[in-house]
Design a protein around this ligand. Sequence first.
Ligand code: LLP
Length: 427
Amino acid sequence: SQTVERNADGVVTVGGVDVKALAEEFGTPAYVLDEADFRARARAWRTAFGADADVFYAGKAFLSRAVVRWLHEEGLNLDVCSGGELATALSAGMPAERIAFHGNNKSPEEIERAVRAGVGRIVLDSFQEIVRVAHIARSLGKRQPVQIRVTVGVEAHTHEFIATAHEDQKFGIPLAGGQAAEAVRRALQLDGLDVIGIHSHIGSQIFDMSGFEVAAQRVVGLLKDVRDEHGVELPEIDLGGGLGIAYTSDDDPREPHEIAKALHEIVTRACEAARLRTPRISVEPGRAIVGPTAFTLYEVGTTKQLEGLRTYVSVDGGMSDNIRTALYDAEYSVALVSRTSDAGPMLARVVGKHCESGDIVVKDAFLPADLAPGDLLAVPATGAYCRSMASNYNHVLRPPVVAVRDGEARVVVRRETEEDLLRLDVG
Ligand code: LLP
């Protein structure tokens, strides 16, 4: 649904702004974020899940104050996982009760700040944290709503999921061996905590709903055990994020309304079988909302043709603005956007400017053979986990995020400067 087209000169435009104008005004590299597309995706999730479910946007995918305001206006909630994300959310006016606070090792200071602010829920991740949050809430004279994050023994990535033996990880409390049930038991006993539900997150870039099916069944199994043992029906379950997006044309993501329908059915069926009231469902999509809404705009600096191999195309950014190719072998596409070309295709590898041979942005791509310095390239689907995982490796400055809408562009996160870098260096 991005409004990407080419104008009469063959220059790509997005949100009514042409990329040459963007490069001139804001420089490259830059992340270009389509506000209308972001809002449309957020709204689609909100609408699909309806009034009896909640959508928490996962801020780790990308967070800025503008994004927080858009989410607020579109009726979404927000998942944060650090003091920094919490500060960003609060400073942009997200009501605290619409914030969920995650993390496997929140500091006592972070917990205190979250409880004081009145966040809607803290997701508890360990036995020690159950006690810690209860203690902090009591000392502040408050009762903190909490969910308990469990590990259901399902790990899902892209097209497959594995339903056993994936409890060997740092997040959550295992359902296996009754540990999660014990965690609920302890949390229910502590003053200061209001146990509102169970949380499960099974992985990333998932297309196959069967992993969620197994996870939901196991979470509902725990709700049933809690009801049987304590006579309490916990009112909420959160099934996490992880829904996949199209990075290349091979990926075929599901629409929010299909996902919502599938999750509702899965949970309702499991609850009927267990004779439980259907709990309020929440989900935490990050990538699926912001991922497709931005591309990275680069300028070509050099091209190097290696006879019989490929052409290395160096751009003015790299692994500091997109670590995903190097870290996960992630696949991206790339296009020449500042002009059209009649030249035939050449096999290219788009690389960055860092002092490291693994500094690859797009591993294999066909680009026009006449590609030359000064051409602009766009790498789509970089809205999630690119700016948020950006670094200053080699003291390269992190690019700005430029939001486009209705023919206008404005900076929502400015480009880092050498001054910013030197300000931290106080030796
Ligand atoms: N909820 C929880 C508890 C999570 O841990 C995550 C992601 C999400 C929601 C959002 O997942 P999403 O819908 O965005 O897939 N850096 C990696 C992804 C790590 C995701 C960590 N947790 C990447 O670039 O692919």
